[in-house]
Design a protein around this ligand. Structure first.
Ligand SMILES: NC(=O)c1ccc[n+]([C@@H]2O[C@H](COP(=O)([O-])OP(=O)(O)OC[C@H]3O[C@@H](n4cnc5c(N)ncnc54)[C@H](O)[C@@H]3O)[C@@H](O)[C@H]2O)c1
Ligand SMILES: CCCCCCO
Ligand SMILES: [Zn+2]
Ligand SMILES: [Zn+2]
Length: 379
């Protein structure tokens, strides 16, 4: 029986307060309004950014809310005026929207579409500035315009990427955040050239995707840095050619790297969210041309610093959101690359869990051997 136009009551993991366990609740999900899409979420992965907001350190983190932003599912229904997707389409929700009409989308310089940001940044939908989630009438905030820790969610149509229906949703859900971010930081933001020397700080999912992207770009050396020595063996499989544990050195890590690369690397990537490591990542770059890309999400209020002379003498400091990918246009392309075995996804999934065990899944995520946990949302 069709649920089109009906309120759907389903299970969702609700963050009632910062740092308190997520609670599996019966949540009402209202029908999509004009320009909106209701999606049945089949699989979602956990990302450290979910944990960051859950911690209460994110000023955009409004409670109670439904977190989650790295997922895949099937369109259940669409609101008035939605033409790019229809019920039954396989999709990946995109926290970075792509309207193709705004100043940002038309600039040709960024993927940071501004169409729905005013609403998604405060946990509501653009049409009426209200939430589509409620519990016994009490509104529950959206998160990042995706809220994928719910069996059904409502997103803006500019935040939905239609993908190959043959793609395994339990795998390609990862193409909603971490893996594209690492790949795109190399290919789009830095535009690493063949033969480059690259350093990547932090060998989690994002850092390993940077390594994979750098290898695909033809980097001659990919130096992985992590304070967990157990990360190196696995990192080799993603393209890391040398490993440094800062704990093994008395000198600042940037000096260690400058000494081993005849003056510094061509490109560095900070994939942790640690502002002092961000400084090291910049200062390990080569004078004259070295570029450092900040990928990690640091806590609100944290600031980066370096001597201005580092930039005066030619180093470039950049950042990236979702790897600079245009979401609706390029997530389908990434799914196709995965289907053609040109990029990895399976190798980043180290754990599987169920929605009902989401708190346990977050504990697993914080364990050193975990890259991505994928939740089966219908159990
Ligand atoms: N910019 C974006 O669009 C975007 C997208 C996804 C994730 N992120 C952010 O990227 C960061 C990395 O995500 P992840 O899933 O790979 O995280 P992760 O926690 O799995 O990996 C972080 C790695 O850094 C290592 N580490 C911690 N402190 C270190 C230090 N001082 N020096 C060296 N290594 C250190 C850890 O051992 C771990 O291996 C997070 O901050 C996340 O929020 C940003
Ligand atoms: C919008 C830039 C940060 C997004 C982090 C998603 O994990
Ligand atoms: Zn993320
Ligand atoms: Zn736009």
């Amino acid at each position: 029986m069709s649920t089109q136009g009906q309120v759907i009551t389903c299970k969702a993991a609700v963050a009632w307060e910062p740092n308190k366990p997520l609670v599996i609740e019966d949540v009402e999900v209202a029908p999509p309004q004009a320009g909106e899409v209701r999606i049945k979420i089949l699989y979602t992965a956990l990302c450290h950014t979910d944990a960051y907001t859950w911690s209460g350190k994110d000023p955009e983190g409004l409670f109670p809310c439904v977190l989650g932003h790295e997922a895949a599912g099937i369109v259940e229904s669409v609101g008035e005026g939605v033409t790019d997707v229809k019920p039954g389409d396989h999709v990946i929700p995109c926290y970075q929207a792509e309207c193709k009409d705004c100043k940002f989308c038309k600039s040709g310089k960024t993927n940071l579409c501004g169409k729905v940001r005013a609403a998604t940044g405060v946990g509501v939908m653009m049409n009426d500035r209200k939430s589509r989630f409620s519990i016994k009438g009490k509104p529950i905030y959206h998160f990042m315009g995706t809220s994928t820790f719910s069996q059904y969610t409502v997103v803006h149509d500019v935040s939905v990427a239609k993908i190959d229906p043959q793609a395994p949703l339990e795998k390609v859900c990862l193409l909603g955040c971490g893996v594209p971010t690492g790949l795109g930081a190399v290919w789009n933001t830095a535009k690493v050239e063949s033969g480059s020397i690259v350093s990547v700080f932090g060998l989690g999912t994002v850092g390993l995707a940077v390594a994979e992207g750098a290898k695909a770009a033809g980097a001659s050396r990919i130096i992985g840095i992590d304070i967990d020595g157990k990360k190196f063996e696995r990192a080799k499989d993603f393209g890391v050619t040398e490993f440094i544990n800062p704990k093994d050195h008395d000198k600042p890590i940037q000096q260690v790297i400058v000494d081993m690369t005849d003056g510094g690397v061509d490109y560095s990537f900070e994939c942790i969210g640690n502002v002092s490591v961000m400084r090291s990542a910049l200062e390990c770059c080569h004078k004259g041309w070295g570029m450092s890309v900040i990928v990690g999400v640091a806590a609100s209020g944290q600031e980066i610093s370096t001597r201005p002379f580092q930039l005066v003498t030619g180093r470039v400091w950049k950042g990236t959101a979702f790897g600079g990918f245009k979401s609706r246009s390029q997530v389908p392309w990434l799914v196709d690359k995965y289907m053609k075995k040109e990029i990895k996804v399976d190798e980043y999934i180290t754990h599987n869990q169920t929605l009902s065990e989401i708190n346990k899944a977050f504990d697993m995520m914080h364990e050193g051997d975990c890259l991505r946990v994928v939740l089966d949302m219908q159990t």
